[in-house]
Design a protein around this ligand. Structure first.
Ligand code: SAH
Length: 511
């Protein structure tokens, strides 16, 4: 193969839940020089693109005309011919009513190498997330996926209605909402029983998912009454009745909630995973990034004299990571810690220390500086040498109080918190369209940076209907001081505590 020749990956982005991209698909997003995408489902995934990758949106939007298919084909060929790695991201599966076949043909014709990375089609995923298996041994062994775009009353239809209506146990129509009435009439006219169950699933796999169930006879009226619109799949067949037992997703505690996670991307994982496991969708908007200190002098001095300290207090995972990174950089390891007693604030910090091979002597029961000080009384006294490796902007409460107890405190900067890389314009749009239900803050700096990054005078208005959840009273205080209405404050100042408080807020206590 010509080395300078580009490559096109036709990639299925899945139906909407960002977790439903394939491993291979994600890899294609990461390695692309150019990503051509056309669906909202895809927009979220472009966050994984290389920072220098070019992103081209070719879908429909109110502000912008969509590119015609021939123009898209031309663009694919043209860019790949220049040696680019092009990832063509399409909703669902590229070959299921995605015109991926036509794009592949154009590439074949131009002699451009391409690969197809199948995606999870909405035809199967939307029913699955509504608790409807498209096949089931007790119900049907045949499923047909049909376009609902074609006017069912048209003569010389491309759809063999008389065969399909009773020929396949399960019928899944895409793009069919505008023709729903005609589709159901046509199926009945061709022999399908009017009482056959039908489900409509809108925005399947996303927090906006809605499901409407009826029969061939009444679903059209029901849809009109509830203004049920696109994008939706129509599922016709006895399998729909299984939803009564199998409706798993819509019953999850955080179903329907899109929750903003403002922590640094390195730290967002636990919270995001917990939200996902509870049926919510997490949206990461990093307000913080961890950077090296501008000046290593104080940390280096502390490391040089590590044996002098009798207590070392770590207050965060980042503090632990940065400290040990620097220790290794100095050609040293945990043996330098000598006989100092190690104190960790919070279980995650403790875990990180243990990962580094250290046992933690002491974890205070509560994780707020004020409480920690109370608990440290007796363990720290006049002259005790205490090392406190922390962030550049950490609060002074802890070192001040330790000093007041007579301790000799060395507060050193182990890392610096910088602004995160969240995409503020996109987030603002999402707030405007009411696509975000809750914002979570896990420290005062996440609040401050969030407000700085959004940089808008109408912030309060923008967040009017958004629930604000804070990890503890200090963070909540900062949020209130900055003009936000705080709805949820965790009693237990950990991620688990925050999740617990969020569940309680939504009425899921002890369920
Ligand atoms: N290639 C896509 C289908 C593109 S056609 C796939 O495999 O899923 C567009 C149609 O797909 C929409 O009109 C709608 O019927 C359906 N669709 C796409 N995403 C959907 C979703 N999240 N929920 C319900 N229907 C969806």
């Amino acid at each position: 193969m010509n080395k300078n020749q580009g490559m096109v990956y036709l990639v299925g982005a899945g139906p909407g839940d960002p977790g439903l991209i394939t491993v291979k698909g994600l890899d294609c997003i990461k390695k692309a020089d150019l990503i051509i995408y056309d669906r909202l489902a895809c927009a979220r995934l472009t966050a994984f693109a290389h920072p220098e990758a070019e992103l081209v949106y070719v879908g429909k939007s109110p502000e912008q005309h969509s590119l015609k298919q021939v123009e898209i084909n031309r663009l694919l060929v043209e860019k790949a011919a220049k040696g680019k790695t092009v990832t063509r991201l399409k909703g669902g599966d590229p070959f299921v009513f995605g015109r991926g076949g036509e794009e592949a043909e154009a590439l074949w014709q131009a002699g451009i190498p391409f690969e197809v990375v199948p995606g999870i089609t909405s035809a199967i995923a939307a029913p699955a997330y509504a608790g409807i298996p498209v096949t089931h041994r007790d119900y049907t062994s045949v499923v047909a996926i049909i376009t609902g775009n074609e006017d069912p009353l048209k003569e010389n239809s491309a759809i063999p209605w008389e065969k399909l209506s009773t020929g396949a146990g399960t019928l899944v129509f895409l793009m069919g909402m505008a023709n729903l009435n005609k589709i159901t009439e046509r199926l009945i006219a061709n022999g399908r029983h009017p009482q056959t169950p039908v489900a409509l699933v809108r925005w399947g796999t996303r927090p906006e998912q809605r499901t409407l169930v009826g029969t061939l006879e009444d679903i059209s009226l029901k849809a009109d009454q509830s203004a049920f619109a696109n994008p939706a799949v129509i599922i016709v067949g006895e399998v729909v009745s299984l939803r009564e037992k199998l409706n798993w997703f819509e019953k999850k505690p955080l179903f329907g909630k899109r929750v903003l996670v403002t922590r640094s991307s390195e730290q967002a994982g636990t919270l995001s995973a917990a939200i996902g496991a509870l049926g919510g969708e997490s949206l990461e908007f990093p307000t913080i990034s961890v950077a090296e200190p501008e000046d290593y002098t104080s940390l280096d001095n502390a490391i040089k004299n590590l044996h002098d300290f009798s207590v070392i207090i770590f207050t965060s995972v980042n503090g632990v990571k940065s400290f040990f990174k620097r220790l290794r950089h100095q050609g040293k390891d945990i043996r330098e810690m000598g006989s100092a007693r190690i104190c960790a604030i919070g279980p995650k910090t403790k875990g990180e220390l243990e990962n580094s091979g250290l046992l933690v002597d002491y974890v205070p029961e509560e994780y707020r500086a004020e409480k920690v000080i109370e608990e440290l009384r007796g363990k720290v006294g006049p002259g005790t040498k205490v090392l406190l490796p922390r962030a550049d902007i950490a609060r002074k409460v802890l070192p001040d109080a330790l000093a007041a107890m007579g301790a000799d405190v060395s507060e050193v900067t182990a890392y610096r918190t910088a602004m995160g890389g969240g995409d503020a314009p996109v987030l603002k749009e999402m707030f405007k369209h009411k696509e975000i239900d809750m914002v979570t803050f896990t420290s005062s700096s996440t609040v401050r940076n969030f407000i700085k990054m959004l940089d808008t005078t109408g912030l309060k208005d923008l967040l009017k209907d958004v629930t604000v959840a804070c990890i503890g009273p200090i963070t909540a205080g900062t949020a209130r001081d900055m003009g936000l209405n705080v709805d949820v404050v965790a009693d237990n100042y950990t991620i688990e505590g925050l999740i617990e408080a969020v569940l309680k807020f939504y009425g899921w206590e002890n369920k």
